[in-house]
Design a protein around this ligand. Structure first.
Ligand code: CA
Length: 240
């Protein structure tokens, strides 16, 4: 029998905790429960779960502190559950090393998608893929070897920076990347953090790849936080 993946739910709200627990068990995960931050840190060390679903508003320790302390010694996937619409808080969580976040209230399919994506990304951190493989979502294909992007088989003609941006988002498809992270990756750490240049590039990219740039289906804006590429499939070129 296949070993079930273990997920630690850190949530003090009983109703939400029960809801998540039911959903995850139905999806075939093993579930660990924690109602407080200190309890969570103990369980993380003793059980090494495959993923932590971490509520930020906890009764004892701030969820961000829990996140920081886990990241001091572990890369395990952490998806932050935030009740607050505070974008700054989400950015802080991502900067502190959270893999993703989900805002309450959320639906079952969104929750499961975030979890699958976060677990898959830790497993498939395969840099080779981004030298020779392809990424495909809908009609969009990123060819990492040719360094080109196609929509419905047609080369969309991205500039070098536009290509770098799209390929970065493709590498982390399904996950949100913050403006700061993207700017540092594309323009280097010495670039003054100015989102304008990023927004201009994104507008140009959307004109080239999206049918309706105002209603994107490949690259979404996460308001106040960053961008997220629609999840897709990575395809390796060599078949062995
Ligand atoms: Ca809470």
């Amino acid at each position: 029998m296949e070993k079930k993946e273990k997920i630690l739910i850190v949530e003090d709200d009983k109703r939400i905790r029960n809801y998540i627990e039911t959903v995850l068990k139905a999806a075939g995960y093993d579930v660990l429960i924690s109602k407080s931050g200190s309890d969570a840190m103990g369980l993380v060390t003793s059980h090494c779960p495959e993923l932590v679903l971490l509520d930020l508003g906890l009764p004892d320790i701030d969820g961000l502190e829990v996140l920081k302390s886990i990241r001091e010694w572990s890369h395990m996937p952490i998806v932050v559950v935030s009740a607050r619409t505070d974008e700054g808080e989400k950015v802080s969580a991502l900067d502190l090393g959270a893999d993703d976040y989900i805002t309450k209230p959320f639906g079952t399919s969104e929750l499961l998608a975030r979890i699958r994506t976060a677990i898959r990304h830790t497993r498939s951190s395969n840099p080779e893929m981004f030298r020779s493989g392809k990424f495909v979502t809908g009609e969009l294909t990123i060819d990492y070897e040719k360094r080109r992007v196609y929509v419905a088989g047609r080369d969309v003609g991205l500039t070098q920076n536009e290509y770098k941006l799209v390929s970065l988002l493709g590498k982390y498809a399904g996950r949100v990347l913050t403006y700061d992270f993207i700017i540092k990756e594309i323009w280097g750490p010495n670039m003054n953090t100015d989102n304008r240049i990023l927004r201009v590039n994104m507008a140009n990219i959307r004109r080239k790849i999206e049918k309706k740039p105002a209603e994107p289906q490949y690259i979404y804006t996460e308001v106040g936080v960053g961008y997220r590429m629609e999840d897709g499939e990575s395809v390796s070129d060599d078949q062995d």
